[in-house]
Design a protein around this ligand. Structure first.
Ligand SMILES: Nc1ncnc2c1ncn2[C@@H]1O[C@H](COP(=O)(O)OP(=O)(O)O)[C@@H](O)[C@H]1O
Ligand SMILES: [Mg+2]
Length: 275
């Protein structure tokens, strides 16, 4: 059996501001497991370095050292290759939904006609066809999030990064966002699944939406003191655990059990997640 194709590889990534070492030798990869788009959650306490890692993954910031490689040939990630949805879902207030989408499509060399066709297909999938001529101010927060995702899917190469996509959402809206993230991962508009990586400090939504969780924390030395610089210290494979996303997965005994274990670890004063 041949080994699975690697979609993204992070090699020895370090980040430092002055003498503040934020990331230390982050090494992690995403394999293409046949038949499903990957959803990866980066989970860790506030301030640990998740957003810094996110910026490096998206090529929005340069790492002090190390590499992020993506695509068939595992080349260093370039700005624009990875779709990015920020916490505030920025979309241009002066353009209608369809105008924004056509602009995003043109950025990758599609014609206006091609952009409109691809955009209509994505809008249909996300239940937004009727909103195509609306301006952002006429949309709800949830609709803006969907439009921001559609725009990114117009111009990125099957990778979508989201920073804290659940922040400020109520319980039901969080569930809808989990479903949406999984729809995006399995969307085959271009005949290929998407890889979605999202950052969160929320244990439940990470468990609910992801196939795999990368836990970001810091090591301790022999005396139990924190070693500066976060890395991916643990990985949970939720597909193997049988609790990958499905509606109501959060009520299954296995899910609740794992959530409990993670909560205890996040509070352990000798563990990798407390300061
Ligand atoms: N521009 C910067 N200059 C110096 N330190 C920074 C800068 N940006 C972030 N940091 C530091 O990086 C660390 C990680 O921040 P961040 O990635 O935002 O955490 P998280 O997203 O996990 O809450 C923090 O300790 C913060 O002080
Ligand atoms: Mg952050």
């Amino acid at each position: 059996m041949s080994s699975p194709q690697v979609l993204l590889k992070v090699e020895n990534v370090c980040q430092q501001f002055g003498d503040n070492l934020v990331l230390r030798d982050v090494n992690v990869e995403i394999e293409n497991i046949e038949g499903r788009g990957q959803v990866v959650a980066i989970l860790g306490p506030s301030g640990v370095g998740k957003t810094q890692f996110f910026m490096i993954l998206a090529a929005l910031r340069k790492a002090a050292s190390g590499k992020v490689l993506i695509g068939q040939e595992l080349k260093p990630v370039r700005n624009g290759q990875v779709g990015v949805v920020f916490q505030n879902y920025y979309i241009d207030p002066w353009l209608t939904v369809m105008q924004s989408i056509i602009r995003a499509g043109k950025q990758t060399g599609l014609s206006a006609k091609q952009s409109r066709e691809k955009g209509m297909s994505l809008l249909g999938k996300f239940g937004l066809t009727e909103r195509k001529d609306y301006y952002p101010a006429q949309l709800s927060g949830g609709q803006r999030q969907r439009i921001a995702i559609v725009e990114q899917l117009m111009c990125s190469e099957h990778f979508l990064l989201m920073d804290e996509p659940f922040s400020g959402l109520d319980y039901k809206a969080k569930q809808d966002a989990c479903a949406l993230i999984n729809e995006v991962a399995h969307d085959q508009t271009d005949g290929q699944d998407n890889t979605v990586i999202f950052v969160t400090h929320d244990i439940e939504t990470a468990l609910m939406a992801a196939d795999r969780i990368w836990f970001m924390g810091r090591d301790r030395d022999a005396e139990g003191k924190i070693v500066p610089g976060a890395r991916i210290v643990e990985i949970a494979d939720l597909v193997a655990e049988g609790i990958a996303y499905q509606p109501d997965v959060q009520f299954s005994p296995k899910f609740l059990q794992l959530a409990q274990v993670i909560k205890e670890r996040f509070c352990d004063p000798k563990g990798p997640y407390t300061s």
